[in-house]
Design a binder for this molecule. Sequence first.
Ligand code: SAH
Length: 406
Amino acid sequence: MAVPNRMRSCAKLRWLFLPCVLLTYEGFAFLCPVGTHRLQSRTRERLHGGFGLGDLPGREKTIPRMAAPSARQIGAGVAVLGLLKIISSRICDWFQTPKRPYGEGSVGSAYDEWAREGVLEHYWGEHIHMGSYNPMDKQSGYRKKDSFFVALIRATLGRLKNFKEAKIDFVHDMIDFSRATAPKKILDVGCGIGGSSRILAKRFPDAEVLGITLSPQQAERAANLAKKAGLKNVRFQVMDALNMEFADDSFDMVWACESGEHMPDKKRYVEEMARVLKPKGNMVVATWCERDPVPIFTSEERKTLNFLYAEWSHPYFISLSKYKEHLDGTGKLEQVETADWTDQTLPSWRHSVWVGVWSPWYWIKVTLRKPAAFLGFLREVYTLEKYHVSMVDGLMVYGMMRAVKK
Ligand code: SAH
């Protein structure tokens, strides 16, 4: 039976109650020393066969009894419990209230911030996208249905593909999926710090690659990394994918890896990419999708989706079949095909957390400089796990698309 998402997310936060319960017991013992002392003395009495050390023949035997807690003690206990409940529900609310909702300029500034902070690049390398874990049977230490902590133990003891290599493999898998053979002009729509653009530039050395992003910090970092790699056939520009300055039929290949999630108008996103693609050119898109809206989303699913949209500045997601409708709807594309790569990318979500557990030094360094950053890291763990669970449950799907311009 499917467990509702809210129950699961609360089950995940349940560990917060353990210290609360311990604190409550200790707090009660502290607040009620008389009562507990009486309890202990009664226990001692039992252990000594009902006679205390002071029991002498002829003396009236006193049987210590636990006094009923006073109204003050009960009040104090209730107050402590109430306070703990308020604190834990505040923590729950804080986790469940998205912090980077989509809005005017939010995408560019979020990526500017991530590029400046450097944590993402440190752990993820040059790629801000999921990895490919093919072949899955070689990923010992990975089981789709494991709970969070079991998965951590298994992954720590077992062997997963190297995290950064999995991302590079993903780019190569996506190139193969595109069926492009020798493109001369390639556009990377939503290029991040240019990881895919540079791989494309190496794999197609005769091609010119152009990456566009909304983030000036990313464009600058991408250019520096290309220079460092000695690549002359790749450049980067700040430009909105929904209003591209390029003429129709400009590129032999249009590539978009995990940028569609941020687009406020998915139809226009697809239309713009189809417009700038040359006839016979290849379009390839990788993007997170939500499931088809049939059966209709439950209120818990809606709530989860709303969190997933807003936490990382996504306006909304659509289903893979809706994307296909948009691709077909341009009237400019043929051989439109979609594929579901949820399984081969699934280990990425949790692997993003494991790399921080296995090598904590960098985020600890950042936390020492700016303690509030720690809360941000906790949020990322919570969000990554929510994505993982949503992908396992089928609420979310990792979608792939390819097409050729007529
Ligand atoms: N494709 C990259 C980065 C993915 S992160 C990689 O695989 O590493 C999403 C990227 O999409 C960011 O660079 C962001 O700036 C870009 N993006 C989002 N909305 C955009 C828009 N409207 N126009 C251009 N780029 C956009």
